[in-house]
Ligand binder design. Structure first.
Ligand SMILES: *[C@@H]1O[C@H](CO)[C@@H](O)[C@H](O)[C@H]1NC(C)=O
Ligand SMILES: *[C@@H]1O[C@H](CO)[C@@H](O)[C@H](O)[C@H]1NC(C)=O
Ligand SMILES: *[C@@H]1O[C@H](CO)[C@@H](O)[C@H](O)[C@H]1NC(C)=O
Ligand SMILES: *[C@@H]1O[C@H](CO)[C@@H](O)[C@H](O)[C@H]1NC(C)=O
Ligand SMILES: *[C@@H]1O[C@H](CO)[C@@H](O)[C@H](O)[C@H]1NC(C)=O
Ligand SMILES: *[C@@H]1O[C@H](CO)[C@@H](O)[C@H](O)[C@H]1NC(C)=O
Ligand SMILES: CC(=O)N[C@H]1CO[C@H](CO)[C@@H](O)[C@@H]1O
Length: 888
């Protein structure tokens, strides 16, 4: 949800966001039912948190604190105080989400802040490269370094919770609107990047939030509104485990403190109240110990969402915000008093939140927020959503940028992906005569932040649009950086090819084109978040611009700023289109990062985080098409199963234009001396998990009604969400609960007996043995060139043994490593690892990860791209070969 426009227009913005123009709402009974076989099986109760050793100290502290809390204090911290609401006491909490507090016992309001690429809606921060750009580096160290810098900035601004990383959408649909917030169309690339980000962010004491659980693979029709449910992503169990849940498992394994649910439904049931997803998969199987929050305004039930495992309601309001109504807060207080939500569940919700706060050390010297999401002015409304609000200082302009531009620039630079370099046109010499075409070459003339939520595509595209953005502190644009290097540069800042003087034979034309996407709350040039209008063509007639430049000049370089794949067929084979650079979404450091590549200060080392096909129809309809309007619930069935992106293309022998992982350099690399060693002997299934550790216990008696009533004389703010009931309501609810006669209509399968937990679980992320390193591979990477230094990407893909009873993709990425910058002739030994999980499949009958043939021949292919795998190591003979034909 993108809800940070000015407070006064908030009503309108939100009303428009909810009654989105793409939602042809009509009160018609559902016709398009969830396909047969897709079920959201009940799983109750919500597993208690606190049973892993890694969190036991934090849970002990949390238990001591929660034991002192009253009922209203507990329900206060599990929900937001309302959209656009600050706080009553102590500090201003002007973040996109602000919880209630329990100050009496020392627990503050928590500030939850967008976005995954920088502290949103404020100044003096860094606008980092987007997730997709980070994925394209295929560099774990840079992913981590970006996480550290992000964490420092969120902490510096006093935000307790970083609303990132994004791994859902995973990028199943090339047209999907928010793919760019995540790291690329592969579960392992997403998983590794997310884990590195979480590690970096959380080492600064900031709680990271992995999102959105799960199946939010398109923007249109994602949200529930009073007339229509959000679409249902219908996903089979094996596909869920091996593709979509995989990055979440890795995030939980990395210790992530919170998880955000998705807007849409899965198998017909909304993610914010999905007991299978939250209780079974996330909390029991993946052993998640932190707290689960709803996405903004996706909370659609009170009792049911609590029972299904939701722990925090954001931003607190009902689906229609700003009226001062909530499904939790006072109503959660009521639900506990009247016995419908067991106190045990509320205690667990509260303990999970408090434990995450201790786990990240936020009880010691954590700075309060210093900024406002609502205004850049020094003074502003303290409670913008209230009709009458006091005014006070809301911005302190704390500068948190430090030297983070360096890591931002390095990520932007190392993501730049050279797709083609015919005749080695690149790198350029600075003496060339350079003509630059396209409005994407220079910053938006109205200012880098001229469009709120970056909901326009004007000037260099540095990020997509929606809630996943940050304000640029400045924008280093390509044209400025190019002009700094070369003396003979002419900019034609137009997307219509202009009249130009007759070129000399060695004149160079650099054509900038773009493709944008974002969140469904905004429509940009007819695109409703998803690229439903532009499809996979460059925006602003960019393809024609390239064609016309190619007709005039014989040395054309195309630079592409894009949220995802484009069809390059209109011009890629033109002889004068000599070089193509995908610069992805570079953030504020778009200029120098690109100039360093163009002029050869560094070799390009980015690799594609998705495949670029020759036609939209090269992928199956289930992923290449967006779901259109349907009466009732729109159904998005994952009929392609495991086969997204390169997995599908390889299975169907469709050659993409550029394969997943592709990326050229100015130099060449040789992979030699590969070796493989076995580290852990495997068994069919992982060893038996340990039993769960003990979890906090509290009294489960319904508390006295007095715990639910505000202190006499407490002055409330209009429309602020409080957890208190009137004394009459509290007494009435208590009477129902204590009599115990009127029972809530619990969902089928409801139970209050804690389960031991599934065999596939046992630790954070799942059975700890899944992360046992099964095989380690080493190889020597040599810069085989003579002129340019460069960084090599090594990618390891697993091929399962032939003849196993599970259909598996031909090759699947399992690990990757990037070398340091190697001088010509220099070498580096690279290590790659495969875990037990990497060679397992999810067996839906056994409900466990299974090694299909213990001792069988797993082939580990190593190379620079998914279609350039010339080295293989075998797990049965522990031998390796080089100079092979690539398996795909
Ligand atoms: C959705 O339904 C499929 C098909 O029955 C099942 O395999 C899967 O486990 C279900 N997923 C969830 C999250 O309920
Ligand atoms: C809930 O949080 C708000 C905001 O901090 C605070 O004003 C109120 O007193 C809290 N309520 C309880 C029960 O502590
Ligand atoms: C208890 O209160 C909740 C919230 O208002 C309501 O949904 C539920 O039906 C109530 N339960 C009973 C047994 O009255
Ligand atoms: C904001 O940060 C500054 C500098 O760290 C500090 O002096 C100030 O007290 C903080 N303001 C608030 C409201 O916490
Ligand atoms: C590469 O350039 C040469 C001339 O330098 C040309 O003959 C050839 O067709 C070009 N290849 C492609 C794929 O553009
Ligand atoms: C690099 O490897 C190729 C074969 O993969 C070989 O032909 C070539 O000689 C090698 N070059 C160097 C410099 O090692
Ligand atoms: C160092 C820096 O960028 N400071 C800026 C912080 O934000 C204020 C308000 O936007 C600017 O005026 C400062 O220049």
């Amino acid at each position: 949800m993108a809800v940070r426009t000015s407070s006064v227009v908030a009503w309108l913005t939100l009303a428009l966001a909810i009654f989105d123009p793409t939602c042809h709402a009509g009160a018609v009974s559902p016709r398009d039912d969830v396909p047969a076989g897709y079920v959201a099986a009940p799983y109750y109760p919500a597993p208690h948190g606190g049973w892993t050793a890694s969190w036991s100290n934090s849970y002990a502290k949390a238990q001591a604190l929660v034991a002192q809390m009253t009922l209203a204090e507990k329900t206060n911290i599990t929900g937001g105080v309302g959209i656009y609401m600050g706080s009553l006491t102590f500090h201003y909490r002007p973040c996109v989400g602000n919880t209630g507090s329990a100050y009496r016992v020392g627990f503050p309001q928590l500030c939850l802040q967008d976005s995954a690429l920088g502290v949103a809606s404020t100044d003096n921060v860094t606008a980092f490269p987007a997730g997709i750009t980070t994925g394209a580096t295929f560099d774990k160290a840079l992913m981590y370094a970006r996480g550290v810098a992000l964490g420092e900035e969120f902490r510096g601004k006093g935000a307790n919770v970083y609303l990132g990383p994004t791994v859902g959408p995973i990028g199943r649909k090339p047209l999907g609107g928010r793919n760019w917030e995540g790291f690329g169309s592969d579960p392992v690339l997403q998983a590794v990047a997310a884990a590195q980000t979480i590690k970096g962010v959380q080492e600064q004491g900031v709680i990271a939030t992995i999102k959105h659980l799960i199946g939010n693979e398109q923007e249109m029709y994602r949200m529930y509104n009073p007339f229509q449910p959000g679409y249902s992503a219908n996903i089979g169990d094996r596909t869920l485990h091996e593709v979509y849940l995989w990055p979440f498992a890795e995030g939980v394994h990395a210790g992530v403190g919170s998880v955000m649910t998705a807007y849409n439904a899965v198998n017909g049931s909304a993610c914010s109240q999905h007991s299978t997803l939250i209780n079974e998969l996330l909390k029991d199987e993946l052993g998640f110990q932190g707290f689960v929050m709803s996405d903004w305004l996706s909370h659609i039930s009170g009792v049911d969402s609590a029972l299904a495992g939701l722990d925090m309601d954001m931003p607190g309001d009902t689906q229609i915000p700003l009226l001062g109504f909530s499904l939790w807060k006072y109503d959660l207080t009521r639900s506990v008093l009247n016995g419908s939500v067991p106190l045990d569940r509320l205690n667990d919700m509260t303990t999970r939140i408090v434990a995450a706060w201790y786990q990240l050390g936020q009880d010691k010297n954590y700075p309060p927020p210093n900024f406002s999401s609502n205004t850049h002015d020094r003074d502003g409304l303290l409670y913008p959503a209230a009709v009458i609000s006091p005014i006070g200082q809301v911005n302190w302009y704390v500068n948190v940028q430090a030297d983070h531009y360096k890591v931002a620039r390095q990520v932007a630079q190392d993501a730049i992906t050279l797709l083609k370099n015919n005749g080695s046109l690149l790198p350029l010499t600075t003496s060339k005569s350079i003509k630059v075409f396209g409005t994407d070459a220079q910053v938006n003339p109205a200012g880098a932040n001229a469009c709120g939520n970056r909901a326009c595509n004007t000037g260099t595209l540095g990020m997509g649009w929606g809630s996943g953005v940050a304000d640029y502190p400045y924008f280093d644009d390509p044209i400025t950086a190019i002009k700094k290097r070369a003396s003979d540069v002419t900019l034609y800042a137009t997307d219509n090819f202009p009249t130009v003087p007759t070129p000399n034979a060695d004149d160079v034309a650099i054509v900038f084109i773009s493709s944008d996407a974002g969140e469904n709350s905004f429509t940009v040039e007819g695109n409703h978040g998803d690229r439903d209008s532009a499809k996979l063509a460059a925006w602003h007639n960019g393809d024609t611009l390239v064609q016309k430049a190619a007709a005039k000049y014989s040395n054309v370089i195309v630079v592409v700023h894009t949220v995802g794949p484009l069809l390059l067929e209109p011009w890629i084979d033109l002889p004068s289109v000599k070089a193509v650079l995908f610069a992805h979404l570079p953030g504020q450091e778009a200029g120098e990062s690109l100039a360093n590549i163009l002029f050869g200060d560094a070799s390009p080392s980015g690799h594609l985080p998705y495949s670029i096909t020759k036609a939209e129809t090269d992928l199956p309809d289930s992923v290449s098409k967006l779901k259109g309007f349907a009466f009732g619930q729109v159904q998005d069935t994952y009929s392609e199963g495991l086969y997204i992106d390169y997995r599908y293309l390889n299975k169907n022998k469709i050659k993409p234009r550029f394969a997943f992982g592709h990326g050229l350099s100015y130099t060449t690399f040789n992979f030699t001396s590969p070796s493989i060693t076995q580290k852990t002997a495997l068994s069919l299934a992982p060893p038996t998990r340990p039993a769960k550790g003990t979890t906090p216990t509290y009294s489960t008696a319904i508390p006295p009604a007095s715990e639910a009533v505000a202190p006499a004389g407490f002055a409330t703010i209009f429309r602020y969400l409080y957890s208190w009931l009137s004394s009459g309501d509290a007494a009435a609810a208590y009477a129902i609960g204590s009599a115990g006669t009127k029972k809530y209509a619990y969902p089928a399968g409801y139970s209050e007996t804690q389960k031991p937990g599934p065999a596939a679980g046992g630790a954070e992320g799942g059975n700890a043995a899944l992360w046992d390193v099964a095989w380690e591979l080493k190889l020597t990477v040599k810069n085989a060139g003579t002129t340019y230094k460069g960084k090599a990407s090594t990618q390891a893909y697993v091929q399962f043994p032939a003849g196993i009873p599970y259909d598996t993709p031909i090759v699947q990425l399992r690990d990757f490593a990037k070398t340091a910058e190697l001088a010509p002739g220099a070498t580096e030994t690279v290590t790659l690892q495969l875990t037990r999980k990497d060679v397992s499949v999810w067996d839906v009958e056994l409900q466990n990860w299974v090694v299909p043939i213990v001792g069988g021949r797993y082939t580990i292919w190593i190379g620079e791209a998914s279609d350039k795998l010339f080295t293989a190591c075998y797990t049965d003979t522990l031998t390796c070969e080089t100079g092979l034909a690539s398996p795909v």
